[in-house]
Ligand binder design. Structure first.
Ligand code: PXG
Length: 457
């Protein structure tokens, strides 16, 4: 075996196959196909061990929002590592980066948010939510309010709490999840319905499932409703405009806490600082991760609104919860630098007013392709639906794996997008130029053609 710096692609692949267990992966299958080894990245491009240049239409995994190769982030992290690489925030300690980041997060979030709890990931943030909302009602003398309502096909992470709250059926079959006291209602996926209702009617109908579920369980039993503003991993499900206002109304009527999971939508993805801002709802709590550091280092957290924060602090005593890496100084330094970049380069505004609308227009042009049944996009997060027939809409059988065929053509032609069943999703970095957007669309069109030819065979 060659020294690390001289290893060939196939040597890396063999070591990978023998020793590395990947997340969400069928290893028998991977052993046959072998991993694509990514060795470096710059701007919106990643490069593999064979030197192929690939446009990263997924920002890593919905996170490298300010793009690769940012010296400013590396310098900020390095400076912090030299000064104070680690210290904890337990036992009455704190350090400048975690305090400064808290202040900055309060500044970019809605006025009810004055406090933040740091974690290391989106999943840990969701676990924090589960414990925090249940503790809140306990402290208010309503210990029966413990049930949390989430949605079918939601993704909230992979810890026991995250897998339970998420609505991914295959995950629930493994490892004893879901936890007790978690309920799921339908998702606002209009294209996935029989489309007999208008999107607006369908949005109202699915939102009212929350009301129905609360009444069925008994309002005194329900602690919170948790949802992604736009479902990401579930296939970029953009709810009809009628959906979120109705959800807010129902939460208010029953007095239950509203939690938005902003792990993907937060920090500008929709062209607003948070998904809640875009949909004009007022959450009591928000989870975040990913884009807060542009993915350069792992950091997550929970924005705690005053309704919950005041009770936890005034009545709560010690909240027996926290992680070794809560508020890790280097991760906080990465987040501070990311926020400075987002503000200085006005990237949130750029997604809203410039590259967002530019890519959206071209993306909707893909709807002309015979294989595309629907296109949708908000800010820089979008999806297209591959269908067998457009009118009337007929889907491929899930056994045909058309989405995966298309995804493979895309990657082999220099563009990363993800397949969620037969839905192709996209979420490029905010620094995507117009020329790079053109390249993305050209490659997408070409691979739709290749997919069509392949499935006709
Ligand atoms: N909430 C949401 C909304 C997410 O998208 C998590 C929580 C969990 O975050 P961590 O940091 O614990 O992974 C996520 C993560 C995919 C994919 O295939 C999406 C995620 C993670 C892995 C894969 O789209 N989202």
């Amino acid at each position: 075996m060659a020294a690390v710096e001289n290893r060939t692609r196939s040597e890396w692949q063999e070591l990978d196959r023998d020793h590395y267990l990947h997340p969400f992966t069928d290893h028998k299958d991977l052993g046959k196909k072998k991993s694509r080894i990514i060795t470096r990245a710059d701007g919106v491009y990643i490069y593999d061990a064979d030197g192929n240049k690939i446009l990263d239409g997924m920002s890593g995994l919905w996170c490298v929002n300010t793009g690769y190769g940012r010296d400013e982030l590396v310098t900020a992290i390095e400076k912090q590592l030299r000064e104070l690489p680690y210290y904890n925030s337990f036992f009455q300690c704190a350090h400048p980066p975690s305090i400064e980041l808290s202040r900055m997060l309060v500044e970019v979030t809605q006025p009810q948010f004055n406090r933040v709890f740091f974690t290391g990931s989106g999943s840990e943030s969701i676990d924090t939510i589960i414990r925090m909302v249940r503790q809140y009602w306990q402290l208010l003398g309503q210990p029966n309010r413990q049930t949390i309502i989430a949605r079918v096909n939601a993704y909230h992470g992979s810890t026991v709490g995250g897998a339970s709250l998420g609505g991914m059926k295959p995950m629930h079959g493994q490892g004893g999840t879901p936890l007790a006291g978690i309920e799921h209602i339908a998702q606002p996926y209009w294209f996935g319905s029989d489309r007999k209702l208008s999107p607006e009617e369908f949005g109202l109908q699915t939102a009212r499932e929350l009301d129905k579920k609360i009444r069925q369980l008994g309002a005194g039993k329900v602690a919170a409703f948790v949802a992604e503003p736009i479902q990401g991993a579930g296939g970029v499900i953009i709810p009809p405009d009628s959906y979120w206002p109705e959800i807010q109304k129902i939460c208010d009527e029953h007095g239950i806490l509203l939690v938005t999971d902003e792990v993907i939508c937060g920090f500008g993805r929709l062209g607003s600082w948070f998904g809640a801002d875009h949909f004009k709802v007022k959450p009591d709590l928000m989870t975040f991760a990913k884009g807060v550091t542009s993915g350069y280092l792992p950091l997550g957290g929970v924005m705690v609104g005053d309704r919950v924060g005041d009770v936890l602090i005034d009545k709560g005593g010690e909240f027996f919860h926290g992680y070794t890496y809560s508020g890790h100084p280097a991760c906080c330094a990465a987040a501070i630098a990311t926020l400075h970049i987002l503000k200085r380069e006005k990237l949130v505004e750029r997604v809203r007013d410039d590259i967002g609308p530019y890519l959206q227009k071209k993306w909707h042009g893909l709807a002309e392709h015979p294989l595309v049944g629907e296109t949708r996009m908000v800010g820089l997060i979008g999806a297209l639906e591959l269908v067998k027939n457009k009118d009337p809409v007929t889907k491929f059988g899930s056994d045909r794996g058309v989405g995966t065929i298309c995804r493979d053509f895309l990657v082999n032609n220099g563009l990363v997008m993800r397949a969620v069943g037969d839905t192709i999703v996209v979420a490029p970095p905010f620094v995507l130029t117009h020329a790079e957007a053109d390249e993305l669309i050209e490659k997408a069109w070409k691979c739709l053609d290749l997919t069509m030819a392949a499935i006709k065979k």
